[in-house]
Design a protein around this ligand. Structure first.
Ligand code: DGY
Length: 319
């Protein structure tokens, strides 16, 4: 008798798979994040839990689930919301959904880059306000993209995908990562540099790192000051990678030109003053939000559960 809990409604592909392979599947029927107390209550006695990046899964949650629980399957590539060490000690598998969201996330980073560089949101608002009085030579002047220098921080799967998409724009590509990325070097002539050099040289800086103690506040006041005052910063990774208060200050002072953000340090809140700034394009953590991608993420998370409950390895294990 397999008993699975899903912490919030997810795309149908995942639900269908679970229902076809498990005896009991209960889904949080309300489209909201469970309060910590509700979560503890709901996971009790489950063999598997399909959770989301908004669920904080700590040892208390594993304890509440009980010793029969085999897997927490996160429907996200990021897994900073789960305590991996505590899961390991309890022999609980943690899985994520890598691979299927590389294109969607990289596309989103480009969308933020384009809309920030070319002031799309600002000019759309102007058009809708009815204030546009005709073409003007000084209106909404933005930044060139073609031929400029692109700095990628974190050249893993998504960072690589994002960088490769720059080929049509003939950009000089720099990357900062602990590992060498031969694909980027061969296909784009990209150069591996230290973070400080990347920040000083790049016209566009895009973040693609996992959140960890090492990457928390990777971009703070010092790093923002190193950047060109004409530079654009894009973040589609995790909010706490940027010290958001320092970012607001840098954008207000003109230390950098603008920022395109999909993630925030304290979601769902944005730092005070951030959303009043015209030089910010802000989206509500939607990088993987395409029909196909979200279906695939839901399906992989569900398949990880059914594999583990069948006594096999998950497809995409984290711990
Ligand atoms: C992830 O998967 O980690 C994204 O942030 C949400 O899709």
């Amino acid at each position: 008798m397999s008993n699975v809990y899903v912490t919030r409604m997810i795309p149908e592909a995942g639900i269908e798979h679970l229902k076809a392979h498990c005896d009991k599947v209960e889904i949080n029927p309300d489209d909201h994040v469970l309060e910590p107390g509700e979560l503890l209550e709901k996971v009790k006695g489950r063999d598997a839990v399909l959770c989301l990046l908004t669920d904080i899964i700590n040892d208390q949650v594993y304890e509440a689930a009980g010793p029969q629980c085999r897997i927490f399957a996160n429907m996200a590539v990021g897994f900073n919301n789960l305590d991996l060490e505590a899961a390991r000690k309890r022999n609980i598998v943690v899985s994520n959904t890598p691979g299927v969201l590389d294109d969607a996330t990289a596309d989103m980073a480009w969308s933020l880059l384009f809309s920030t560089a070319r002031r799309i949101v600002e000019s759309d608002a102007h058009m809708r306000s009815g204030k546009w009085d005709g073409w003007g030579p000084l209106q909404f002047i933005g930044k060139d993209i073609t031929g400029r220098t692109l700095g990628i921080i974190g050249a893993g799967r998504i960072g690589t995908n994002f960088a490769l998409k720059s080929a049509g724009f003939n950009m000089k590509v720099l990357y900062a990562d602990v590992r060498r990325n031969e694909e980027l070097e061969t296909k784009l002539g990209a150069k591996k540099v230290e973070l400080d050099e990347l920040l000083k040289e790049s016209d566009f800086v895009s973040l693609h790192v996992f959140l960890s103690p090492e990457t928390t506040h990777l971009i703070g006041e010092r790093e923002l000051t190193l950047m060109k005052d004409s530079a654009v910063l894009i973040n589609s990774s995790r909010g706490p990678v940027i010290d958001e208060k320092a970012l607001v200050k840098a954008l207000q002072n003109g230390d950098i030109a603008s920022a395109g953000l999909d993630v925030y340090e304290f979601e769902p809140k944005a730092a005070e003053g951030l959303l009043e700034l015209k030089n910010v394009v802000a989206c509500p953590h939607i990088a993987s939000a395409t029909f196909d991608t979200r279906n695939n993420m839901a399906l992989i998370a569900a398949r990880n559960i059914t594999e583990v409950l069948a006594g096999r390895d998950p497809i995409t294990r984290v711990n």
